[in-house]
Design a protein around this ligand. Structure first.
Ligand code: SAM
Ligand code: 2KA
Ligand code: SF4
Ligand code: MG
Length: 214
């Protein structure tokens, strides 16, 4: 049984593949926060910008089999997109609590390229085509290699220097959309300054929030 908060067709807003048409599948639940505001301050991840509780969002629900969820995801991809490889981004919540080999196989069989957005604390099943790890505070990383490392910045207990030697192809700093330095725009400036001083890192702005899409 897969528990899905929502599924929607949009452009990837963040990171190396920003701008790419994608079906987003947001799984319910996370191992670092209950999702309830009352628990936020004591959670292992305290700055989350997402509602991932339950299965009541657009295109959400409970899916009994991998085939059923894969069919649901495939139905979101436009039918006239002959020249583009179908692309699904699994996120959450924490997608590696639920993404498994059966679902990967069912989506590959439908021609999909498969990406995940993960906090990096859980081992992934084999076969994922694009892995984006976004470290959270002091929580230990199990996933120390992948396609992109996208660090929300600043985090007092997760400085960028801790990650520079890991095995990722791209390193991004994404300004935190939650106030820690007084205002979000000074956090954007702070991330910009860090990238200028440390060119291993590139700036990831959450373009969907700027442009106003999901
Ligand atoms: C909501 S998370 C879900 C996937 C996974 N649990 C994770 O943390 O990577 C999706 C992406 O949003 C980022 N994110 C969460 N809260 C954010 C915030 N307040 N500002 C900027 N990015 C944020 C995460 O770091 C992650 O890259
Ligand atoms: N457009 C868009 N791009 C995204 N990239 C990562 C997202 C996420 O919440 O995981 C996200 C999202 O929620 N919307
Ligand atoms: S790990 Fe990801 S989904 Fe979980 S609380 Fe943090 S940002 Fe949100
Ligand atoms: Mg988001």
């Amino acid at each position: 049984m897969y528990q899905v908060k929502e599924t929607f067709y949009t452009l990837q807003g963040e990171g190396a593949r920003a701008g790419r048409a994608s079906v987003f599948c947001r799984f319910s639940g996370c191992n670092l926060w209950s999702g309830r505001e009352i628990d936020r301050a004591k959670a292992r991840c305290t700055f989350c910008d997402t509602d991932f509780i339950g299965t009541d969002g657009q295109g959400g629900g409970k899916f009994a089999t991998a085939e059923q969820l894969a069919e649901h995801i495939a139905s979101r991809w436009p039918t006239d997109a002959q020249h583009a490889r179908p692309y699904v981004v699994f996120t959450g919540g924490e997608p590696l609590l639920q993404l498994d080999t059966a679902l990967i196989t069912a989506l590959h069989a439908r021609g999909f390229e498969i990406a995940v957005e993960t906090n990096g604390t859980l081992a992934p099943p084999p076969g994922i085509d694009w892995i984006c790890v976004s470290p959270k505070g002091a929580n230990a990383l199990v996933l120390t290699e992948g396609d992109e490392l996208k660090l929300v910045y600043p985090q007092a207990d997760a400085p960028p220097e801790r990650f520079t030697d890991l095995g990722f192809s791209h390193f991004y700093l994404q300004p935190m959309d939650r106030t820690v330095l007084g205002d979000v725009s000074s956090q954007v400036r702070h991330a910009t300054d860090y990238c200028l001083a440390h060119p291993q890192w590139q700036l990831s702005l959450q373009t969907h929030k700027i442009a106003g899409f999901d």
